[in-house]
Write a protein that binds this ligand. Structure first.
Ligand code: NAD
Length: 297
């Protein structure tokens, strides 16, 4: 099975490297020529556009910044659809809206192309280690066909349902992460102001009903160290909350907490924290309240 890979960024490059290490033949393209050169050094065949990747691939994986770019990569004049053979499977691993995926899947279907959404969770660490959680929206038969490929990239592969459902669960998951992180930040500020040590809150709340993944993953590793390098960028969390709001609008579902959390992270981005881990939002509240949480005691 020949694999095509488009979008060799923080997530895409390590995924493509893992496929090459497993022995797959990979053709790759990215608008950034340096990224293509880097993957060629690992044994991939470099291509000059998406169409060229499609012409030589049975399965094509995309890992791109947003839905607008995914759509251009699919339907543009040098895009994938222009060169895909009938029966090709496209797996979009970007975080995008279900409605955009369904639009692309509809066009693909008229050309005999199978279109799968397979967004991921686990960050660049998971991409490097090949342990990502992958949430797949696909027909059963297509899922079975691509499962061995996904098993090289991820550790937990979930077949959620038909095309579009992978994106849906990714959005729901990240909506919860964003809201929980926004809540954690303001709660920590209040606790410190009321005389609690951060360590005390960590010890007791991690065994109590207020605990969350946001606390487990972000408090000790980032906030208590006062180091927000790496991790999950606030810009990406903000983007995912936007996707949830978009899906809410399309489906007539109110999402008040999501809207509020979006504004919280908007404040973080306005403060220049967009590229830091999302937990850096604590710095905004520290500044406003003159309460110091980061760095622990
Ligand atoms: P990134 O910006 O590092 O990589 C995106 C890549 O796409 C870049 O190399 C860029 O040059 C390339 N690209 C942009 N436009 C292109 C085009 N028209 N044609 C070909 N290539 C193009 O982003 P990332 O962090 O790798 O994220 C990729 C996707 O995965 C996003 O949708 C993101 O939301 C999602 N995601 C990221 C993480 C994370 O921790 N970074 C975690 C989960 C999900």
């Amino acid at each position: 099975m020949k694999i095509g890979f488009i979008g060799l960024g923080a997530m895409g490059k390590p995924m493509a490297v893992n496929l090459l290490k497993e022995g797959y033949q990979v053709s790759a393209f990215d608008v950034n020529r340096t990224s293509v050169d880097e993957i060629v050094a690992f044994g991939a065949v470099g291509c000059s556009n998406g169409g060229a990747v499609a012409a030589s691939s049975d399965v094509i994986i995309t890992s791109l910044p947003n839905a607008g770019i995914v759509e251009t990569v699919m339907v543009g004049s040098e895009g994938l659809f222009s060169q895909c053979k009938e029966g090709t499977v496209i797996i979009d691993m970007s975080s995008v809206s279900p409605s955009s995926t369904l639009k692309m899947a509809g066009i693909a279907e008229t050309m005999g192309i199978k279109y799968v959404d397979a967004p991921v969770s686990g960050g660049t660490k998971g991409a490097d280690a090949g342990t990502l959680a992958i949430m797949v929206g696909a027909d059963e038969a297509v899922f079975e066909k691509i499962k061995p490929v996904l098993e090289v990239i991820g550790g937990d592969i979930y077949h959620v349902g038909p095309t579009g459902t992978g994106d849906a669960i990714k959005i729901v998951n990240n909506l919860m992460l964003g809201c929980n992180m926004a809540t954690l930040a303001e709660a920590l500020i209040l606790g410190v102001k009321c005389g609690l040590k951060v360590e005390t809150m960590q010890k007791i709340i991690s065994k109590s009903s207020g605990r969350s993944y946001a606390m487990e993953a972000k408090l000790e590793k980032f906030i208590m160290k006062d180091d927000f390098e790496g991790g999950f960028a606030m810009d990406l969390q903000y983007k995912d909350l936007g996707l949830a709001l978009e899906a809410g609008k399309e489906n007539n579902i109110p999402l008040p907490m999501t809207a509020l959390a979006t504004q919280v992270f908007e404040s973080g981005r306005a403060s220049g924290l967009g590229r830091e881990d999302m937990s850096a939002i604590i710095k905004v509240w520290e500044k406003i309240t003159n309460v110091r949480v980061a760095g622990g005691e």
